[in-house]
Every structure is written in structure tokens, then in C-alpha cells.
Write a protein that binds this ligand. Sequence first.
Ligand SMILES: [Zn+2]
Length: 248
Amino acid sequence: MPPANTPLDGADLSTLTDRQQAWFTTARGPVSVRRYARYSDSIHAAVRSGNGRDRAALLTFHPGAYPLAPAWLAAIAEAAPETADHRRPSAAMSSVRLLARMTPDHRNGIPRQSDGSVGWSMPGASARVWPDGRIALCGTTGTELTGCLEGSEWDHWKVAAVADAGLRLLCTPEARHLTRTGQPSGWYRPFDRGHSTGLGRERKGGQMYDGSTGASCSCGWSATAASQLGARALAEIHRREATGGAPG
Ligand SMILES: [Zn+2]
């Protein structure tokens, strides 16, 4: 067995032999990986919770996903809760869908399957999450990142982070930067914000207009501008800069 201090980042899992188990380190915690190569090739990986003792996720990979597995496993370790019990996640799957950054939109009304699962898709990839912690991310080229998140400490932010990380690996390069622009903050009473005089336009009743608008991107980038037009422009500049170089 290789020493436990091999970094997972950049590891080539296809070099493991049949039934070989290896421990890798991530920025957060250890990940154990075992390959079964004799009959049908696959890798089973276990991610520990933050305390390093409990298993927080169990993932399965087929050869097409071996190159993507280290990056996804590291992201799962990063998002993993501090402890893990044997219960299902506390996350509401429709909330996971709403929190996911890797999605083209957040339309109202999230269709749920009869098994309680919620799915969505974006250019090049799709996701489905189940209330029992199962998660399946599929690239349109057939690559799959699948597994089960274990323990009630998995809330919707943590599950969304796991889904986002996998979709970022599977989606088309353009889809890694899906920007969206919010609504201006709008009319407010300066009194509500704890100051008696505000900057900006004033109307009857002492209300002030605040045009500041946020823009964000599926890669995690975000910014605020003084107006919605300004926010749109910032998003456009970010998208151009982020995708302007070589795709990837
Ligand atoms: Zn971006």
C-alpha cells in the first residue's frame, strides 16, 4: 500500500492494480480508493468527514471518469461535514437545485420525481440528487460521477457544492461561466437602513432609490455595480475574459 501522504491532486487512479487500496490526502481530509480491475473495471472511493473518522461519502467510478475523479473527490472532501452518522442527508433536494450555481437558470417550480429526486441539466451535463443522498452527474459524452453522500450533516449548501464541482468538470467549457444579473435593490426608506440621509434619488415619502445590482457566475465570481446595466456589463466582461483564452 502506498504511503498515506500521496496527494490526491493529479493522482492517476488508473495505475492502481486489481484490489489495490490507496490512501490519498486532500486539503481537507484523507480519501481511500480501491480499484477492482479483474472483472468489470471500477473504482470505489471513500471520503472521510472533517474529523477524519467517519465516512461521509462513497463514490463509484468507471474508467471514463478516472481522470475526473481526483478533482471531484477533493471537492467532496472540501464540502464534507465535520461528522457523519448513518442517516440520510438533511438537505431538501429542491433547495439543492435552487442553490446550485452550475445551472442555466433558476426557474420557479422544480419538478420532483416520485422518488423525491430532483434533476437539472446544463450544456454538456446533467445532475440528479435523491433524498437518501445518492447523487448522479452525467456528461453528455457518457462520463458519470456517481455516489452516495452519507450522514444528516449534509445540508443543501454542501450537497449543492458537490453537485457544482462535478458539473464543472463535466460541462462544456463555455458552460463553466454562466453569468446572471440580479435585480436592483430598489426603493427603500433610509430609516430602515439605519441612516437618516441617503445618496441617490429621492421620492415622496422620503424613499430613496438604490440601483446597485449584483452579478455572479457559475465559477464563483461575483461583483456589484451601481446599476443593473453596469452589472450586466461586468458579467459580460467577466465571461469574455474567462472564456477568451484557450478553452478549458
Ligand atoms: Zn466565471
